[in-house]
Design a protein around this ligand. Structure first.
Ligand code: ASP
Length: 334
């Protein structure tokens, strides 16, 4: 649920000539941020931007840049994607990812995978090497193995900080249940798990051909039910790219982003309502979602290379890089 302290409207200015924009989720509330974590987040975002730019500089496509940037963030244990994914209610890691390119509108996704080291690469393989858009669970893992992708033991995804987070949630749940002899808890008595919820990663890029791409990868939300999917693997919810409008990647409380088809809604507003990317993303994140307490954020790169973001959360780990190599990395207002 959206807390009053985090219920703010914020976003970044519009920056022209951006070739790659990324996010690392909403992240820690400001009061919980430490200098050490902040330095690690900024280093991770810088590394991801440089990896993506490296692909574009070498003549790669926007898809190459999106995949490269996201792989760096998936491999970084401080972000909730790949290594560093949150734990489910049952104490496992179930990962989701999707990718889309804006010219052909081809897309790929994997969901609920437990052994695929880089889900974004598996999503791309589904797009390019299967006749499907989404593969889930064991089927996705078998497919990824057949494609020669890195397969790991599920224990690879274990990290101490995420394990501590789920232990704390279990403790809060047990305490809350002990106080309530009737079992199920009313919504307003659910444990305060807000601070553990978000941390997905995503990227949007445009290449020399003017083709847009977007991708998103996540461990989902701490304490999610086994088998639960959020918006991140769902094309039109967490990820969308359309060369006639923009590329978008979202982060936040996935159930709301699915119901409001957020990334497709932003694209539709740009395309049919003829509003700017800035107006579209602000309308969806800071009006539509805010009205229903749907906490989250989106990054948007339009077809002319103008980049912006909107969030109704306190922070958003994010960054962007322009064609001349200038990097911006921000967490809250800066
Ligand atoms: N959107 C993701 C989900 O609901 C969570 C996040 O963005 O951190 O699974």
């Amino acid at each position: 649920m959206l807390t009053t302290t985090s219920c703010i409207s914020a976003g970044d200015e519009v920056t022209p000539n951006v070739i790659l924009g990324i996010h690392g989720g909403i992240g820690e509330d400001k009061k919980d941020m430490t200098p050490d974590l902040e330095a690690k987040v900024r280093a991770a975002l810088n590394a991801a931007l440089n990896a993506g730019k490296g692909k574009l500089d070498a003549g790669g496509s926007s898809l190459d840049a999106v995949e490269a940037a996201i792989r760096v963030m998936e491999d970084d244990p401080i972000l909730n994607a790949g290594k560093g994914a949150v734990f489910t209610h049952e104490g496992r890691n179930e990962l989701d990812a999707s990718i889309m390119e804006g010219k052909s509108k081809k897309a790929g996704a994997v969901a609920s995978v437990t052994t695929v080291k880089n889900p974004i690469t598996a999503a791309r393989a589904v797009m390019e090497k299967s006749k499907h858009v989404m593969l889930i669970g064991n089927g996705a893992e078998i497919f990824a193995g057949k494609q020669g992708l890195d397969i790991v033991d599920p224990s690879y995804f274990w990290t101490e900080h995420q394990w501590k987070a789920i232990l704390e949630v279990w403790k809060q749940e047990a305490e809350a249940k002990a106080k309530n002899e009737h079992g199920a808890l009313p919504e307003n008595q659910l444990p305060p798990i807000h601070k553990f919820k978000f941390g997905t990663v995503g990227a949007v890029a445009i290449d020399a051909m003017g083709n847009l791409a977007a991708g998103t990868s996540t461990g989902g939300m701490t304490n999610k039910m086994h088998g639960r999917l959020g918006d991140s693997p769902i094309i039109g919810a967490g990820t969308y790219a359309d060369n006639d409008a923009a590329a978008i990647s979202c982060t936040g409380h996935g159930e709301f982003f699915i119901r409001y088809a957020v990334s497709h809604e932003i694209v539709s507003q740009i395309k049919y309502k003829k509003v700017s990317a800035k107006d579209a993303v602000e309308d969806v994140i800071n009006r539509q979602l805010k009205e229903i307490n749907g906490e989250g954020a989106a990054i948007v790169l339009d077809k002319s290379g103008r980049f912006t973001t909107a969030r109704n959360s306190e922070g958003l780990y994010r960054g962007w890089i322009t064609a001349d190599g200038t990097i911006q990395v921000r967490i809250y207002d800066k």
